[in-house]
Design a protein around this ligand. Structure first.
Ligand SMILES: NC(=O)c1ccc[n+]([C@@H]2O[C@H](COP(=O)([O-])OP(=O)(O)OC[C@H]3O[C@@H](n4cnc5c(N)ncnc54)[C@H](OP(=O)(O)O)[C@@H]3O)[C@@H](O)[C@H]2O)c1
Length: 404
């Protein structure tokens, strides 16, 4: 019988020369070849050898990793993507905006039958990829998972943890999440996020043109009430307003999957012990309304966020004002976005806290008399937290692929 050829690399990081990519390779190198790590072989891919080796040098802080193979791949060249994907068990995609660049990368990974992870926060992209590639991915044995960065792992794990603390007969009625970004310096959001926001509609239209209209997926009704638009959350001492983030959509998609599969999804080669663990875990999750709010210590902070959101929303509608927004982001987003990448100092001083506040009743009387608050916190969201989470997702896939 002919032997099935194993891919040359456990993992390829694509888009390593970007700001997020550099931090991701730095994080991945900590696990490369260590005794307990499933990551034994790694390659990096991008558009230029010189940029790739420069980024690797920065990430490794020395030349000791100069033997890591560098591959050339470009999202405008499907052959280069297929060549990359066919050499990997798993591709970590950091090339964004994903609505613009992600589709051919997913197509190549599915075609090659390798697994794919990204740090996308563009929900239209995730939905399109599911509609277009699901069946082929199943046939080819390729696992495609989006949103493996700050968007949306802390939100999902925070919700699940909080939910499991409600022990019958106690039941929650809703879970509201409050996200607070903190820094000793100024909190600035990365330019890539602004670009994705401004061009989102244009890129999404292109994707729809290519694949046809996206079938509207009707999400089942999840019980629970939505909170108010702006509120003062006294328990955590913060002002907050609703945030149209990927987190809410991603968590709701998980909850709607649970309505059809209350004990979770079966893994491809799941052992009976793993199946038992899965059932025990997912059966404790309660399905209730989940919302996300951005929170600050003062009402003024909320007013600045609203003014910046309105400015971006209005300017993003017209060609000339769009140009102004993209070229002078700090002026027209009222200082929330900036063109230059954050400095190392700014990244080190940034952190986040996320509170999951659920309320519900302690018994059958349905009186809202119980509250459970979970707090998740960590370093800078866009680069440090995202790279830690992304690499941990990758190691989990390499280690436990059969259970997934
Ligand atoms: N989920 C989260 O929490 C989170 C956190 C951080 C970032 N992100 C997302 O991650 C993405 C990257 O962010 P970033 O700040 O790293 O952006 P960036 O610094 O602009 O990096 C973009 C990367 O894409 C590569 N690229 C661009 N066009 C390409 C093409 N045609 N073919 C191959 N590679 C191409 C660039 O390569 P060159 O060097 O050759 O130009 C670069 O490596 C964005 O979509 C951002 O929104 C998400």
């Amino acid at each position: 019988m002919a032997e099935v050829q194993q891919p040359a690399y456990d993992m390829i990081i694509f888009g390593e020369t970007g700001f997020a990519g550099k931090y991701i390779i730095r994080e991945a190198l900590k696990f490369l070849g260590t005794q307990s790590s499933p990551l034994k072989t790694l390659a990096l891919a991008g558009r230029s050898y010189s940029k790739l080796s420069e980024a690797l040098k920065w990430a490794s802080n020395s030349t000791s990793h100069s033997t890591i193979p560098l591959l050339i791949a470009d999202t405008s060249d499907p052959h280069s993507l297929l060549h990359m994907a066919s050499q990997a068990k798993l591709v970590l995609n950091c090339v964004g905006p994903f609505l613009l660049h992600g589709d051919p990368v997913v197509a190549a990974c599915v075609e090659a039958g390798c697994d794919y992870l990204d740090i996308c926060a563009e929900t239209e992209f995730m939905e399109t990829m599911e509609v277009v590639y699901h069946e082929k991915a199943v046939k080819k044995g390729s696992l495609v998972v989006s949103a493996c960065g700050f968007d949306s792992i802390p939100a999902e794990l925070g919700y699940l943890f909080n939910s499991r603390q409600w022990v019958s007969p106690a039941v929650p009625n809703q879970v509201e999440t409050y996200l607070s970004l903190e820094s000793e310096k100024k909190v600035v959001v990365n330019f890539g996020t602004l670009e994705s926001l401004v061009w989102r509609e244009v890129y999404d239209n292109k994707l729809v043109e290519l694949h046809g209209p996206r079938p509207k997926r009707t999400l089942p009704q999840i019980p629970g009430s939505e909170g108010s638009l702006i509120e003062h959350q006294k328990k955590i001492g913060l002002w907050a307003m609703k945030l149209p983030s990927a987190d809410a959509t991603v968590v709701r998609r998980t909850l709607s999957m649970l309505i059809d599969n209350p004990t979770g999804l079966q893994g491809v080669d799941e052992t009976p012990k793993q199946a038992e663990k899965r059932v025990a875990y997912w059966s404790k999750i309660k399905l209730v309304h989940f919302g996300v709010k951005i929170a600050t210590k003062s009402l003024i902070g909320i007013l600045i966020i609203i003014a910046s959101g309105l400015s971006i929303g209005l300017l993003g509608r017209f060609t000339i004002s769009k140009w102004l927004l993209i070229n002078f982001p700090s002026v027209f987003s009222l200082g929330v976005f900036r063109k230059n990448s954050p400095t190392e100092d700014e990244i080190v001083s940034a952190s986040f806290k996320m509170w999951f506040v659920s309320c519900g009743s302690s018994g059958a009387n349905k009186k809202l008399d119980t509250e459970i608050i979970t707090r998740v916190m960590g370093p800078d969201i866009a680069y440090v937290t995202t790279s830690i989470i992304f690499v941990q997702c990758a190691l989990t896939i390499l280690r436990q692929r059969g259970d997934l």
